[in-house]
Design a protein around this ligand. Structure first.
Ligand code: PEP
Ligand code: MG
Length: 751
């Protein structure tokens, strides 16, 4: 019985392929397909509904229903039985459709005479494309094998839709991958870019969904599986010998690669007429559909593994994928599911923009993109399924929006925006050698944040007074092993050389929380942001910090050296860390190394507790730098990585500004130099208010220096301070509205 049905479905697929090969316009092909499915399955009706837009299905072809309803009958996702199939991605098989809950009667189709209904989703890799339906007058439930056969046909239809083979000319609908698409993701790095897609890992396109000879296809699948198993075993062996911590993932890969169930299901699909590639993709689609519904995180991860493994198998079968020789466009915008810092560094800063399907604001890739000022949008869901190499793409990093294959209107609006930005950049460049002196005469020192050697060429061009924050952990993050002291010393020396005598504030290793070193074991913590991180690690595991201090002293070779400790929460921690500096200087001196001509040791104020430290702390610290990113998250108890709460609290909230003012006062009392180096320092309005609250040194990413300087130079800080004081006295929650009104009255426009 199964054998008979298998050959039926094979026959059907073969007829389908022959029908496709006949050519003709899109509509003609669709009509031909519905006719032959109805004929093969002995049903009176076969209809194809495809998505017009994200939530409307349209009847695109039918055999048996009223032909006048074609391209007229539409339904919303979830509406009627067809809408339900699409929304749930599940087949509906009913002997008595009109009695099914949600049945929607559509008089124009004349369908009331049909009792049985079988609808299956047309989908590809979790992407809904439409619904394929057969109906008949007699009240019968379709057999499992019939459901299966229709499912396989739907899959082939999805493949063909994907290839633009059945929609397009004549159908009034645009093939997928030609349509304009807007993705709403999250901001990873501000800025705008226009360019062409370059896929980090191009999708495999299956061009032969129907197999010619099942024996040949089976052989191809088995041989590809053998290759896959060898690859996974090799990867696992390598990971074990280097103690990589992705061993667990590879173990799961191996389990799947040897899974009999997986192979058996694919073999069954081949027996029913699919090609080896299509059989792999059918399994992959099923895994993706499950991935979207499974609530259990562990299971989702495993389905993810299966998805990755399927991609590998497809690459083996087709020879497509990574390293396809696709040429990187000059204005490449990198599109990837996710990317590691090492891979991103290989692409270099010539990328115009980056769009990730996953990622997080605190991911290492985001840190690098930010350092390079490359616009980055993260959480652009499904972009890797939609984008093709060479597609036109616009990245609006200011709003976290991506326009793929934009239409003319969007393109021209975007070009205007880019032109305005270019004009502003020119204006900022003309200020490069001028001081950030406000109209009241106060001068603000503007510095840049850095962390990679690649950042340093920006120093002369940015007009920065120095490097206010050098995040030393980036060098640790982009490597696969702990760097050696000699390497670090050479690197820090290069940083100082590039700074050409300007002050560079080296922050000692700030790992933990979201910054995870791949080669360092760390404890499972319930809340890593409040856990074992930064100076806490440095003081507990002294070896690495000592090595880093030695490298810094050696790099200075007698030049002035400035360093600061991250995340100091109490005076004692600063005392202990500072003691280590002196111990290391003594040691280095004994070893005959030149000591820095001047040594400044500062602390980052990133926890509210430190603002209330004893006066002696403020006296002892050579300087203090406010790490606003962390300070703000702890002040408001709002996770900086959690998009839900991150934006809830305004930096210009009066309580926060009053708190900053207290820190300014305490530092003034003890004459301790104070700076601010969180992201807010690089936002012009925030920077202006910080300056008005008494901060005289700000450190930011290089691209922000121009806009911040421009605003400060045209403002009188006393006026801003008055506005802030009035807002506070009036009990306003935030000073932002008053400052914005004032800026508008000054005819200042944000770019
Ligand atoms: C900060 O917290 O403001 C800061 C500058 O440190 P990081 O962003 O590296 O935690
Ligand atoms: Mg911090």
């Amino acid at each position: 019985m199964v054998q008979a049905t298998e050959s039926e479905s094979r026959k059907l697929l073969r007829r389908l392929r022959a029908a496709m090969a006949e050519g003709g316009a899109g509509q003609e092909r669709l009509d031909r397909i519905t006719h032959l499915i109805a004929d093969s399955m002995c049903t009176e009706v076969c209809s194809i509904y495809l998505f017009r837009d994200n939530d409307t299905l349209e009847l695109c072809a039918t055999e048996g229903l009223n032909p006048d309803a074609v391209h007229k009958t539409r339904m919303r996702l979830g509406e009627g039985l067809v809408g339900r199939v699409a929304a749930s991605s599940q087949a509906i098989n009913s002997p008595n459709a009109p009695q099914e809950p949600g049945f929607r009667f559509m008089p124009e189709t004349g369908e009331e005479v049909y009792s049985s209904f079988l609808g299956v989703p047309v989908q590809r890799l979790g992407q809904r494309m439409g619904v394929l339906v057969v109906q008949s007058k007699d009240a019968r439930r379709f057999s499992e094998d019939e459901v299966y056969a229709l499912d396989v046909v739907a899959m082939v239809l999805a493949e063909m839709t994907e290839l633009g083979a059945i929609i397009g000319e004549g159908s009034g609908m645009t093939p997928l991958h030609k349509r304009a698409h807007t993705f709403r993701g999250l901001i990873g790095q501000e800025g705008n870019a226009e360019g062409h897609v370059f896929l980090h890992d191009p999708r495999v396109v299956v061009t032969n969904p129907i197999g010619d000879d099942p024996d040949v296809e089976l052989e191809r699948l088995r041989s590809a599986m053998d290759t896959l198993r060898v690859t996974v075993d090799d990867m696992l062996e390598h990971a074990r010998s280097s103690e990589g911590d992705h061993i667990a993932v590879l173990e799961a890969y191996r389990m799947f690669a040897h899974s009999k169930g997986w192979l058996r299901r694919m073999e069954e699909d081949i027996a029913r007429g699919l090609s080896a590639e299509a059989a792999v993709e059918k399994e992959q689609s099923a895994a993706q559909a499950r991935m979207n519904t499974v609530p259990d995180a562990y299971l989702r991860e495993r389905l993810h593994d299966l998805d990755d493994l399927s991609n590998r198998l497809l690459r083996i079968l087709t020879g497509q994928g990574r390293d396809t020789g696709a040429e990187r466009p000059e204005d490449a915008i990198l599109v990837a599911r996710n990317i590691g810092p090492g891979e991103l560094l290989e692409y270099g800063r010539t990328l115009k923009g980056i769009v990730l399907e996953e990622g997080s604001v605190g991911s290492h890739a985001a840190v690098i993109a930010r350092a390079w000022a490359i616009p980055l949008v993260i959480h652009a869901e499904r972009i890797t399924s939609e984008a093709l190499n060479g597609d036109m793409i616009l990245v609006d990093g200011d709003q976290g929006i991506v326009h793929l294959r934009p239409d003319e209107n969007v393109r021209s609006a975007f070009s205007d925006k880019l032109a305005m930005q270019a004009q502003a950049q020119e204006r900022y460049a003309s200020l490069r050698d001028l001081p950030a002196q406000a109209r009241c005469g106060t001068v603000i020192s503007l510095n840049m944040n850095a962390g990679l050697i690649a950042d340093l060429p920006s120093l002369p061009g940015s007009g920065a007074d120095g490097v206010g924050l050098f995040r030393t952990e980036l060098q640790f993050l982009i490597r696969s092993n702990v760097p050696r002291r000699g390497d670090l010393a050479r690197l820090y020396a290069r940083v100082m050389d590039a700074a050409g005598g300007k002050r560079v504030v080296f922050r000692t290793l700030d790992i933990g929380s979201d910054k995870v070193l791949p080669y360092m074991k760390r404890p499972e913590e319930p809340n890593p942001a409040l856990g074992w991180r930064a100076i806490r690690v440095g003081l507990d595991k002294k070896g690495v910090m000592r090595m880093q201090l030695q490298a810094l002293i050696r790099a200075a070779k007698g030049r002035p050296l400035t360093l600061m400790f991250p995340f100091i929460a109490q005076f004692e921690e600063f005392i202990d860390a500072r003691r280590m500096v002196f111990e290391e200087t003594e040691r280095e001196q004994k070893l005959g190394h030149a000591l820095p001509e001047r040594l400044e040791v500062g602390a980052m104020l990133e926890t509210p507790s430190l603002a209330f430290a004893p006066r002696q702390f403020f006296q002892m610290a050579d300087f203090i730098s406010i790490g606003g990113n962390d300070l703000k998250q702890f002040f408001f108890a709002a996770d900086r990585e959690n998009e839900r709460v991150r934006r809830r609290y305004d930096t210009l909230n009066v309580s926060y500004l009053s708190f900053l003012e207290q820190i300014v006062r305490r530092c003034e009392d003890t004459e301790t130099p104070l700076s601010f180096c969180g992201e807010d320092a690089g936002r012009p309005i925030e920077a202006l208010c910080l300056a008005a609250m008494g901060l005289r040194t700000l450190s930011m990413r290089p691209a922000s220096i121009g806009p911040v300087k421009h605003l400060i130079r045209r403002s009188d800080l006393r006026e801003v301070r008055e506005l802030i004081d009035t807002s506070r006295a009036d009990g306003c929650p935030s000073v932002r509205p008053a400052v914005m009104d004032w800026l508008r009255s000054q005819e200042w426009e944000p770019v």
